[in-house]
Design a protein around this ligand. Structure first.
Ligand SMILES: Cc1cc2nc3c(=O)[nH]c(=O)nc-3n(C[C@H](O)[C@H](O)[C@H](O)COP(=O)(O)O)c2cc1C
Length: 364
């Protein structure tokens, strides 16, 4: 799946913004014409009984829709309202007023395009999962289907939050998050290899989420977005991106025995979007990135995430063989030792993603 607005390429985001501004501006213009009583409009609506009241009604809807479409979080709903208004206008123009209907069709097409491009904001369709609730003995490493899903959590705020996430599909949507952003990073090599392993499976949809594409400022919000909605547009876009996924594969570089500053900041810039979702990792460094991944697991606990037991580690002589300042060999030369760990990690991730998707849907 590559349709998430927040996860889109820069040209696509620019295109969506241009579309929003054009549509928002057009509807603000139409609504002003209607509400200010332009003689032509008044004359048109006068041909229908109570037509002037109808003019105020549609003008107000268009005013609200035009404003909504310019607000990122409301734009999809604004576009939907405007599409309905536009359909109504089309019917009225053709059947009652017998006037120009072409602009309704053009605007309808543009609105449909806006909704289509932003469809990830609506949420994916809820598809019931087969659930096996009476199988408490089975865990992720010895069961292949969602077994005992965690029950409702007493934290009702969480249940409330997840109502809007609607993240239930049969195939979990997984983000492979590249946690290093420096220009000469090694991260791309393990990231591409892990992506290949995940994409070879039929139990998950995987996308790369590169922190380089999310130029987040250092955290400067009033509070975690658990308590206060974030203000920074990049932080909001980041949260929207994370909200669209059911699980994560972190590409973990070890910097001074921990994760990179960029990854820690990105983790801090969201909260509820991480909750009740699993993650695994491919970690690397002189000591296999083990200390960094253990830190990440600790952070994950506070973010209400589930870490898989298994993960891929590239360390020691293997790391030096593929590291650019070492042997710089292709990663395939050491993959024999990595493949079993990758399979175990992705099996676990898939199991937990299914289980948490089911549980989130059950408590929504
Ligand atoms: C600031 C910094 C700190 C590092 N600290 C560690 C460390 O504690 N342990 C380790 O094994 N490697 C450490 N390294 C080496 C990195 O593991 C290695 O440079 C790796 O390529 C970094 O990932 P990246 O290239 O994807 O950014 C460090 C590298 C940097 C730049």
């Amino acid at each position: 799946m590559t349709d998430a607005l927040a996860n889109s390429s820069r040209p696509k985001r620019i295109a969506i913004w241009v579309l929003r501004i054009l549509l928002g501006g057009a509807f603000l213009f139409f609504s002003m014409m209607k509400l200010s009583g332009q003689p032509k409009m008044v004359a048109e609506f006068d041909t229908v009984g109570f037509g002037q009241w109808f003019r105020y009604f549609t003008g107000s809807l268009e005013l609200m829709g035009g404003i909504a479409i310019l607000i990122p979080r409301m734009s999809i709903f604004g576009a939907m309202v405007l599409l309905l208004v536009d359909l109504g206008a089309l019917i009225a123009q053709v059947t009652i007023l017998h006037v120009d209907w072409v602009h309704c069709v053009v605007i309808g097409v543009l609105l449909s395009l806006a909704i289509y491009l932003q469809r990830s904001a609506i949420g994916r369709p809820a598809t019931p999962l087969p659930m096996k609730m009476n199988d408490p003995g089975k865990g992720p490493s010895d069961a292949k289907t969602p077994a005992e899903a965690p029950g409702p959590h007493p934290h009702t705020d969480f249940q409330q939050r997840n109502k809007s996430e609607n993240s239930m599909t049969t195939r979990p949507r997984i983000a492979l998050i590249i946690g290093s952003t420096r220009p000469t990073r090694f991260a791309d090599k393990p990231a591409q290899w892990m992506l290949k392993q995940a994409q070879a499976r039929d139990d998950m949809d995987v996308e790369v989420v590169d922190l380089r594409d999310h130029p987040l400022p250092f955290f400067a919000e009033m509070a975690s977005n658990l308590h206060v909605p974030s203000k920074d547009p990049e932080a909001i876009r980041w949260q929207e991106t994370i909200a669209g996924f059911d699980g994560f594969i972190f590409v973990v570089a070890e910097y001074n025995h921990s994760v990179t500053g960029a990854l820690k900041n990105a983790l801090d810039q969201a909260y509820k979007e991480w909750n009740r979702k699993p993650f695994t990792a491919i970690a690397y460094g002189g000591a296999s990135g083990a200390r960094a991944l253990e830190h990440l697991r600790g952070i994950g606990i506070e973010l209400q995430m589930v870490s898989t037991r298994s993960a891929v580690h590239i360390g020691g002589s293997d790391f030096m063989a593929v590291f650019p300042m070492g042997g710089n060999k292709p990663i395939e030369e050491i993959e024999k030792g990595l493949l079993p760990a990758a399979k175990a990690a992705l099996d676990d991730l898939s199991w937990w993603a299914q289980a948490t998707m089911t549980a989130r849907a059950a408590t929504a």
